[in-house]
Design a protein around this ligand. Structure first.
Ligand code: FNR
Length: 357
């Protein structure tokens, strides 16, 4: 990591205050890569609308003086339920990249999920978190073939990641981002997507999708992975059922922050039918559209075990490196605790009961 010391920006009181500051720190291309949704941005907008329609009912006069937000997830004890979602190429946003994120997450008693497309080595990112006391998880993108995918998974396991998250909802690259000199996917044996298309064949079916994983591949991987395996990018209850049936340890209800299939429902709306089907057999996490501690409370009140935060922590990273990321998480934790206190909850497990009106 560089020796650069970032100062926290002044006058920040909520996460939203970071957004315009981050935009001012980044060049327009990088900003659009971070911010934009796919297509017309329908799913991106739907994520926010969904959170806005969930009401919170105040429950005064409850003694919450012993309150806390601790939880145990896949065997790891965390101080709060806000994980940092896998986000690619973090050295685009700050020279300290993923190592800064890993340190900040650990300093706040939570875990980050390292992207397969990280711009620093898995080992150094794990080391940055572990020296503060929390090991990051690893997000796996299918690497075109089974053995190559397994090698990447094993590398993360050997490095010390306690859980693996296989992302299944983005089987091909949609972004047209051209990486600047010095920023690359440091941990991949070869680029994810060959751009060649067999002549006379479909660019999509025989081209982009040729290297995408199938249910058989997931079953194959599950049998070979000892770590908890969580599948990210599930929006249909039948798929959730199949993921659980294959012996996976958890799933993330996500529309990838509105970045893949434009028209996919808000993940918050997809959550209740999936929870009904999963029926408590594995933890169900949620991401896409979380912008405050209130949103975390709302997701947990519908039954999510934890959430993943995406773009907002990158705003903090862009503005002030590790300090900015830690500040973003702290702001969210404070908002979550305040919402719990006002809704009469001293522990996370009580939040889901607030929906039983
Ligand atoms: C992502 N996301 C993502 N997901 C993943 O599994 N692997 C990845 O490498 C990336 N990369 C990535 C880059 C950028 C710039 C963004 C914004 C997102 C998706 C991410 O993990 C998460 O699902 C969404 O960001 C959650 O939505 P919000 O919180 O950004 O609305």
């Amino acid at each position: 990591m560089s020796a650069r010391i970032d100062a926290l920006p002044e006058g920040i009181t909520t996460l939203a205050d970071y957004e315009p500051l981050a935009r001012a720190c980044l060049n327009p291309t990088t900003w659009h890569y971070l911010h934009d949704g796919s297509g017309n941005g329908l799913s991106l907008a739907a994520n926010r609308q969904a959170f806005e329609t969930v009401p919170l009912i105040p429950r005064p006069l409850v003694d919450v003086r012993q309150g806390n937000t601790r939880l145990t997830l896949f065997g790891q004890t965390l101080l709060h339920p806000i994980l940092l979602a896998p986000i690619a190429y973090q050295r685009l946003f700050h020279p300290d990249g993923e190592c800064a994120t890993s340190m900040a997450a650990a300093a706040q008693g939570g875990a980050m999920v390292i992207s397969s497309l990280a711009s620093q080595s898995i080992e150094e990112i794990v080391e940055a978190g572990c020296q503060i006391g929390v090991a990051p998880w690893f997000q796996l993108y299918w690497q075109g073939e089974r053995e190559r995918t397994l090698r990447l998974a094993r590398r993360a396991e050997v490095a010390g990641c306690p859980a693996l998250m296989l992302t299944v909802d983005a089987p091909f690259k949609q972004s047209t981002l051209v990486l600047p000199e010095g920023v690359a996917a440091e941990n991949l044996e070869q680029p994810l997507m060959a751009d060649q298309v067999p002549s006379g064949q479909s660019r999509v079916f025989q081209g982009w999708m040729a290297q995408a994983p199938t249910w058989d591949d997931l079953a194959w991987l599950r049998e070979r992975i000892r770590l908890p395996l969580i599948v990210k990018g599930v929006l249909h209850p039948d798929d959730a059922e199949r993921v659980v049936g294959l012996g996976c340890d958890g799933l993330v209800v996500s529309n990838h922050g509105g970045r893949v299939l434009d028209g996919a429902p808000a993940s918050l709306l997809a959550l209740p039918p999936i929870l009904s089907r999963v029926a408590g057999r594995v933890p169900v996490l949620l991401d896409s559209g979380i912008r405050s501690g209130c949103d975390v409370f709302k997701a947990l009140s519908l039954g999510a075990s934890a959430v993943l935060l995406g773009r907002p922590y990158i705003w903090g990273l862009a503005c002030a490196g590790a300090f900015g990321v830690a500040h973003v998480i702290r702001l969210m934790r404070d908002e979550l605790e305040a919402t719990m206190a006002l809704c009469g909850c001293a522990e996370l497990s009580q939040i889901v009961q607030t929906r039983n009106l």
